[in-house]
Design a protein around this ligand. Structure first.
Ligand code: MFK
Length: 561
C-alpha cells in the first residue's frame, strides 16, 4: 500500500479562519456609532454580534453545501407524469428559515427603529450575503414585493401575501419572485410578449418567462399586456400578481422548461417558464406596468448594491486573514510592501463603497417613514442606478483581486474562493446592466430633477464640513463637483449625454463617496480614515473613455445624429 503522505515535506498551509463578521469589522462599527442614535445602537448591537458569529460559522457551511449541490429539475416522475419539481439542497431551505428568523425582510417593515430600520436591516443583509449562496436574491425580490404591496396592493395583497412576506416565523414566511425577462430581452422590457386574457375572477397569463428566480417562491410579480399586438405595435404592459401554486399544491398554469446553466449563482435555481394560463390579478394602473414594477426593482437595486459591498468586505477579511498565516520569501506575506498595498486598496475600496451603499439605505429608511425631503427623494432616485452600477463593477475587481491574493489556491474550486468571482459577475448584469442603468440615471436627471437635487445635496454637505484637517479635501471635492456641473452643461444634445452617461455615472459615484468620506471623517476623525480620503480624492473624469466617445462620434456621425 502506498503511504498517504510523502515523507519529503511536512509543510501544510494553515487555512485562514473567518472571524465574527461584525466584531471584526471596525469600519462597520465606527459607521454605526456615528450614524445611529446611541439607544438604537445599544439595542441592536447584541443582535449584530450574534449574527456576525453565525454568518462566519454555521451559514458558511450551509452556503458551501448549497454551492456544491446545485438545484436539479425533475420534469417527469418514474411513472411518466409531468411533475416540474425543482430539487434544491436541504441547506437552501435552512438559509431561508434563518432569513425569516433573523428578520432580514421583516426589520424593514416592522419599522421598530423608525428611519434607521433600513440601515439595521441592510447591515444584517451585508453580514448575511457572502454566507448565503446568494439566497439574498430571493430576499431582494421579496422585499421589493412588500414595498410594491405597500404602495399599490389591494386588501387581498395586504393580507396573507404581505403578512407572509414580513413574517419572522419560518413556517409562515413567504417569498416572491420578479419575472421581467422574456426571450425578447432583459433590458428592453417593453418588448415582452406575454398576454393577459380577461377571466371571470381576474386574468389568465399566457407567454414565456426567460430568466425567473424559479417556482421555489410562493408568489411572483410579472408583466403582461392586456391586448394582442395590433399592426405590429405592442400594447403597454400592466403588472400582475400570481400565486405559484393552487390551493391543492399544483402549479398555477406554469410549466418549467429548463433550469439555466449559469456562470455563477449556481445554488440559485433560475428557470425558464411557460405560462399556460396562470391565474393572476392586476396590480396598479392598467398599462403602467413598467412604472409600477420600478417600485420593486428600485429596492432590488439597493440589495444589489449592498450585496456588492458585502462581497468586497468578505474579500478583504479573508485576504487579510491569509496575510497573517502565509509565508513567502522569508517572512509572512503581510510583511511585504506590495501585499500590504494590495490589501489597503481592497480595504479602502470596501469601506468607500460601503459608505455609498449604506447612505442609500438611510435615504430609503427616511422615504419609507415619509421623513425624506423632496430633495432626498430625488437624490435616492438618481443615486440608486449609479450606486448599483458603481459597486457592482467594484465588487468584480475586488473578487478578482481576492482570487489572486491566494495565488494558485485561489484558483482551486475546493477552497470555495472562485465562487465569489462567479457570483459577483452577475451583480453588474441582473437588475440592469451598467449601460442600462447609466441611461436610467439620465432618465432620473431628466424626469425627476436628479442632477439639480444632487447638486443641492453636495453643496449642503460641503457647507457642513468645518473640521480643519478636512479643508484641503473639501476644496478638492468642491472643484470636482464644478467639473461635473460644467461637463454636463456642455453636453447639449441627447447623443452626447448618452455617449458619456457611463462616465458621468462613475464620476458621480466617485464624487458621492468623496462627499460621504468628508461627512464620516468629520464625525469619526481617525488617522486611518484621513488616509482613505487622501487616496480617494485622486479620482478624475475618465478622459480616455471620453476620447473614445469623440472618436465614435466622428466615425458614426450620420447614424448617431
Ligand atoms: C443580490 C442582489 C439581488 C438582486 C435581485 C436579482 C433578481 C434578478 C431577477 C430579475 O428580474 S433580473 C431582470 C431585471 N430587469 C431589469 O432590471 C430591467 C432593466 N431595464 C430597465 O431598467 C429599463 O430602463 C426599463 C425596462 C425600465 C425601460 O423601460 P421602458 O418602458 O422603455 O422605459 P420608459 O418608457 O422610459 O419608462 C416607463 C415608465 O417607468 C416611466 O414612467 P411614466 O409611465 O410615468 O412616464 C418611467 O419614468 C418609469 N421608470 C423607468 N425606470 C424607472 C422608472 N421609475 C422609477 N424608477 C425607475 N428606475
Amino acid at each position: 500500500m502506498r503511504e498517504q503522505h510523502t515523507p519529503y515535506s511536512n509543510f501544510y498551509q494553515a487555512i485562514p479562519k473567518l472571524e465574527n463578521e461584525y466584531t471584526n469589522d471596525e469600519f462597520l462599527q465606527d459607521y454605526l456609532a456615528t450614524n445611529l442614535p446611541k439607544d438604537i445602537l445599544k439595542s441592536i448591537q447584541p443582535d449584530l454580534e450574534q449574527f456576525g458569529q453565525r454568518v462566519a460559522t454555521e451559514l458558511v457551511e450551509y452556503a458551501n453545501a448549497c454551492e456544491n449541490n446545485p438545484p436539479k429539475l425533475i420534469s417527469f416522475n418514474a411513472y411518466g407524469d409531468r411533475v416540474d419539481e425543482i430539487k434544491v439542497a436541504p441547506e437552501w431551505q435552512k438559509l431561508e428559515d434563518i432569513a425569516a428568523e433573523e428578520g432580514l425582510v421583516a426589520i424593514g417593515y416592522e419599522r421598530k427603529f423608525g428611519i434607521y430600520s433600513r440601515l439595521y436591516q441592510f447591515v444584517k443583509l451585508y453580514l448575511y450575503t457572502p454566507s448565503s449562496a446568494i439566497y439574498t436574491c430571493p430576499l431582494a425580490m421579496t422585499d421589493g414585493a412588500a414595498r410594491l404591496i405597500e404602495f399599490y396592493g389591494d386588501d387581498f395583497l395586504k393580507d396573507k401575501p404581505f403578512k407572509g412576506i414580513i413574517s419572522r416565523n419560518p413556517k409562515d414566511f413567504l417569498t416572491s419572485g420578479q419575472w421581467m425577462t422574456e426571450r425578447t430581452g432583459g433590458s428592453d422590457v417593453a418588448r415582452s410578449m406575454t398576454i393577459a386574457h380577461k377571466a371571470d375572477d381576474g386574468y389568465e397569463l399566457k407567454g414565456h418567462k426567460w430568466f425567473t428566480s424559479a417556482i421555489t417562491a410562493d408568489m411572483a410579480f410579472t408583466l403582461a399586456s392586456t391586448e394582442q399586438p395590433q399592426d405590429g405595435k405592442r400594447a403597454p404592459l400592466s403588472l400582475f400578481y400570481l400565486p405559484i401554486r393552487n390551493e391543492d399544491g399544483s402549479l398555477n398554469g406554469i410549466e418549467v422548461e429548463a433550469l439555466k446553466d449559469k456562470l455563477g449563482t449556481k445554488a440559485l435555481p433560475t428557470a425558464q417558464l411557460v405560462l399556460t394560463g396562470a391565474k393572476a390579478r392586476m396590480v396598479g394602473e392598467q398599462g403602467k406596468g413598467v412604472r409600477t414594477i420600478s417600485t420593486l426593482f428600485n429596492v432590488t437595486r439597493i440589495y444589489n448594491t449592498v450585496s456588492a459591498v458585502s462581497y468586497m468586505r468578505r474579500a478583504f477579511a479573508l485576504s487579510e486573514a491569509y496575510g497573517y498565516i502565509r509565508e513567502a520569501f522569508g517572512k509572512k506575506i503581510n510583511q511585504h510592501i506590495l501585499f500590504k498595498k494590495s490589501l489597503m486598496d481592497l480595504e479602502i475600496a470596501y469601506q468607500s463603497n460601503t459608505l455609498l451603499a449604506l447612505f442609500l439605505t438611510q435615504l430609503l429608511g427616511k422615504e419609507d417613514c415619509k421623513a425624506a425631503t423632496e430633495n432626498e427623494e430625488a437624490v435616492l432616485r438618481v443615486l440608486t442606478p449609479i450606486a448599483k452600477l458603481y459597486t457592482a463593477k467594484a465588487s468584480i475587481a475586488a473578487a478578482s483581486e481576492h482570487v489572486e491574493m491566494f495565488g494558485g489556491l485561489g484558483y482551486l474550486e475546493d477552497t470555495n474562493i472562485p465562487v465569489m468571482l462567479r457570483n459577483v459577475q452577475t451583480l453588474s448584469i441582473w437588475e440592469g446592466t451598467t449601460n442600462v442603468l447609466s441611461l436610467d440615471m439620465l432618465r432620473a436627471m431628466e424626469k425627476e430633477n436628479g442632477l439639480l437635487a444632487f447638486r443641492t445635496f453636495a453643496t449642503e454637505l460641503l457647507d457642513s464640513i468645518k473640521h480643519e484637517d478636512l479643508m484641503e479635501y473639501k476644496q478638492i471635492i468642491s472643484e470636482k463637483l464644478n467639473v461635473l456641473l460644467h461637463f454636463t452643461k456642455s453636453l447639449t444634445d441627447k447623443n452626447a449625454l448618452e455617449g458619456c452617461a457611463r462616465d458621468i455615472a462613475f464620476y458621480i459615484g466617485d464624487l458621492t463617496i468623496g462627499l460621504l468620506w468628508l461627512e464620516f471623517i468629520q464625525k469619526c476623525p481617525k488617522e486611518k480614515y484621513l488616509k482613505a480620503i487622501k487616496y480617494w480624492t485622486s479620482f478624475k473624469m475618465n478622459e480616455k473613455s471620453l476620447e473614445l466617445y469623440q472618436i465614435l462620434l466622428a466615425e458614426n456621425k450620420e447614424q448617431l445624429v
